[in-house]
Design a protein around this ligand. Structure first.
Ligand SMILES: Nc1ncnc2c1ncn2[C@@H]1O[C@H](COP(=O)(O)OP(=O)(O)OP(=O)(O)O)[C@@H](O)[C@H]1O
Length: 739
């Protein structure tokens, strides 16, 4: 009996002709282009079995590399299931990181180099985040916000993974001033003691690559160790990862690269799909086999997704097809309002007999907050993939809670100190400093009345005191409304967004989410408790993994999964595609738009039988436009040609007017660089001791000291602060005060 018949008998899987061809092709470089659901994991496993059982290759000579831990264990489990009766030998299934780290550890040991890992385990002073934070403060003279930290971490990781040279660092899109300098300082810091290196996850890859490149002994050892190298999910590999694989497979190049360029969605992490697109340039004798038969989804879903992805031009042209039955139509639901989408979804989940066959997909984690609130209220359990509790730690949430805390006791100057610039009481930093120094236990507002800095402050303080006291006995929803509108918090958010280039819409939507979460709660304590509870519910949802419950996931985390029913939600312009995707696209750069299309495609192809695309036209009293991708899908379903993307003008106009960016998981690429004001001070000659200036962030102040490198300004509200002069001039941070 031949190998394939035997496998059919044992596993009940009969490989198709293309899959067989991929299995048999053992010698030389092979790119196995696999459409979603085409059985790539199945084929890869069969190939390993074929190498061992037919070609008699010892398991120790085969290296199988995957991108994530989950796929390494998934491959191993499937291999075990297929072959446990046929062989006792075990193949090495590694993630690229664990394999690289093995080589690095061994090299360091041999050369008596000590190292310390600075990523993974939180809390230590020498943690990657802490080091970068300290360097940021040294350079920028101010602490980074959480968003800035995330953006900087992404930037550093991206540069490392893309192997960007020092001279090219400045060309990477990043809104953090001096990002390149911080990057270099971080790298230098890690290597300051060559006998005791600090190593983060990205360094494992870079060191591994450098060792393999430069150390002939180590390189030969590993090249001889493995006769066959196979890599899964290779569309997610970054430049440095591709380099490592390329060296390991040489010189015989018995390399099998399994990938789907249409599912490449980690460009923002440094994934480099061009390596796949240039496979036959890299390997002149490289063979490309396309596995396009989808075994997962109905014909309706496969055909629509296949047409949809063809919108992207820079890809291997393949036509996904299926022999599965036609199935139901893809449902497109355009609701009038966001909350109707929410109600509908909760209803659907509640009605489902096997909720574990259901997944809700969204682009941004923020989409899950109100959904889990509703699910919890209805006592519906769920499993959340890659839990992200950032929302509950957001500074806006902390601000609102601080307003509420102050309402219990307005003598708490420590709390007032955190929120005074965010309310319209004209309180200055110097006044807070005075309050902190005094031992007075009376109301902060009463104390401030004794020392007002302008006549108009008297009434403002009286009003603020009254409002803050009043919110204590209000229902939380009403209290938040007072904080937003009467205490001036919304206005302060708009100011922050304008000055720092934050996404105003995202800030307002965060506070508006909070307001919704407070609906129906009786008092402020209940509100604070509700936030804690929701965070805990989210965290503990991981224990529901194998239960009969619905799964919630970002589109990014859904790769590799399959479900009977898939609900893709919040499909509006501004989210998918995001404003940045649309803006770049209009300006002739389609990279980000192409990735958004792939993300949408990954979502669609998770569904076996039932796919619903949900959108709406109103959110938080504002009109929004259904995603341009929904129009595409509609046209495909009606058999119409898909033309130019019909992007919503409204979103783009808003973008221009408000000059703000959108939040997605791709922070380093999506932040918009703030426009430099026309009247910004550009020369050092315009500044001297005593010059009164307006700073983009801290408002009015005067120059206390200035030299060629630094400028120190005393601000009316924030006291003394030092800045790098060059940065201030280049970024237009200072403007002259108009008389
Ligand atoms: N030749 C075949 N005949 C029948 N079923 C098959 C065949 N090959 C694969 N399958 C089935 O198709 C489904 C999808 O296979 P697999 O999970 O390997 O796909 P995939 O290519 O890894 O998908 P994705 O890229 O979307 O994650 C599995 O249920 C698998 O058993």
């Amino acid at each position: 009996m031949n190998f394939f018949d035997k496998m059919h008998e044992l596993t009940n899987v009969r490989l198709n002709e293309v899959q067989k061809q991929a299995v048999r092709y053992a010698d030389g470089p092979l790119l196995l282009l696999a459409s979603p659901g085409s059985g790539k994991t199945t084929t890869l496993n069969m190939k390993i079995g074929y190498l061992m059982l037919v070609k008699k290759v010892p398991a120790s000579k085969i290296l199988a590399i995957t991108f994530s831990k989950a796929s390494a264990s998934d491959m191993e489990a499937r291999f075990e299931q297929f072959f446990h009766t046929l062989t006792m030998e075990r193949v090495q299934f590694s993630t690229i990181h664990s394999f690289a780290f093995k080589i690095v550890r061994e090299y360091f040991r041999m050369n008596s180099i000590n190292y310390q890992l600075i990523e993974g385990e939180k809390g230590s002073y020498l943690h990657k985040r802490n080091i970068i934070r300290t360097i940021f403060i040294e350079h920028r003279k101010i602490a980074p916000t959480e968003d800035e930290m995330d953006e900087l971490l992404s930037y550093i990781s991206f540069a490392k993974n893309k192997m960007v040279s020092d001279t090219e660092l400045g060309k990477i899109d990043c809104s953090i001033g001096e990002a390149a300098k911080i990057y270099k300082a971080y790298d230098t810091f890690k290597k300051q003691n060559p006998q005791n290196l600090l190593v983060d996850f990205d360094d494992m890859l870079t060191y591994c690559y450098e060792i393999l490149r430069d150390d002939t002994v180590v390189r030969h050892k590993y090249q001889q160790l493995y006769d066959y190298v196979l890599t899964d999910e290779s569309q997610d590999n970054s430049v440095v990862q591709h380099e490592i694989v390329q060296i390991l497979a040489a010189p015989q190049n018995n390399l099998c690269v399994v990938a789907d360029d249409d599912q490449s969605i980690f460009m923002w992490r440094g994934a480099d799909v061009s390596r796949l697109l240039n496979f036959q340039t890299i390997y002149a004798n490289g063979k490309i086999v396309t596995m396009a038969q989808n075994y997962r989804s109905t014909k309706e879903i496969v055909d629509t997704a296949n047409q949809f992805i063809k919108r992207n031009k820079n890809r291997y042209d393949k036509t996904m097809f299926t022999e599965n039955p036609q199935g139901k139509k893809i449902e497109i639901r355009n609701m009038r309002r966001f909350d109707l989408q929410l109600n509908y979804l909760v209803d659907e989940i509640q009605k489902a007999t096997t909720p574990k066959e259901m997944i809700v997909l969204y682009r941004n984690n923020a989409s899950a907050i109100r959904l889990i609130d509703q699910l919890e209220k209805k006592d519906i359990p769920f499993y959340m993939k890659d839990v992200d509790v950032k929302f509950f730690r957001h500074w806006i949430v902390e601000d609102v809670l601080n307003f509420m805390r102050l309402s219990y006791n307005d003598s708490r100057v420590d709390i007032l100190e955190k929120i005074y610039p965010k309310m319209n009481a004209y309180i200055k930093k110097a006044q807070i400093t005075q309050l902190l120094a005094s031992n007075d236990q009376s109301s902060c507002f009463d104390q401030l009345q004794k020392n007002i800095h302008a006549p108009y402050q008297e009434q403002a303080l009286r009003k603020a005191k009254k409002l803050i006291k009043s919110i204590n006995s209000m229902a939380p929803q009403e209290a938040i409304d007072v904080i937003r509108k009467q205490l001036g918090y919304d206005k302060s958010l708009k100011n922050v967004a304008e000055r720092l280039g934050f996404n105003e819409e995202h800030l307002l939507s965060t506070i508006s989410q909070l307001e919704h979460l407070s609906e129906g709660l009786p008092n402020l304590e209940a509100f604070a408790q509700r936030l804690k509870d929701l965070e805990e519910i989210m965290q503990t949802s991981r224990f529901n993994k194998n239960e009969n419950v619905v799964t919630l996931s970002t589109l990014h985390s859904s790769k590799g999964l399959e479900f009977d029913c898939v609900y893709m939600i919040d499909l509006i312009d501004g989210i998918i595609p995001s404003k940045e995707d649309m803006k770049d696209f209009k300006e002739g750069n389609s990279e980000k738009m192409d990735e958004a299309v792939r993300l949408f495609y990954v979502g669609m192809t998770r569904a076996r039988h039932h796919l619903e695309l949900l959108t709406y036209t109103m959110k938080d009293e504002e009109s929004v436009s259904p995603s341009a991708f929904i129009d595409d899908v509609k046209k495909i379903m009606l058999g119409e040609a898909v033309g130019e993307l019909q992007l919503s003008d409204k979103v783009l106009k808003d973008e221009v007017v408000r000059s703000k960016s959108v939040v997605t998981n791709k922070s380093y690429q999506t932040k918009k660089v703030r426009d430099i004001p026309k009247d910004a001070i550009k020369s050092r000659d315009e500044l001297q001791r005593g010059t009164v200036v307006l700073h983009q962030v801290y408002d009015q102040g005067y120059v206390k000291q200035i030299n060629d490198e630094e400028i120190e300004i005393i601000f009316d509200h924030y006291g003394a602060k030092k800045f790098m002069l060059e940065f201030c001039l280049k970024q237009g941070m200072l403007r002259p005060l108009k008389k």
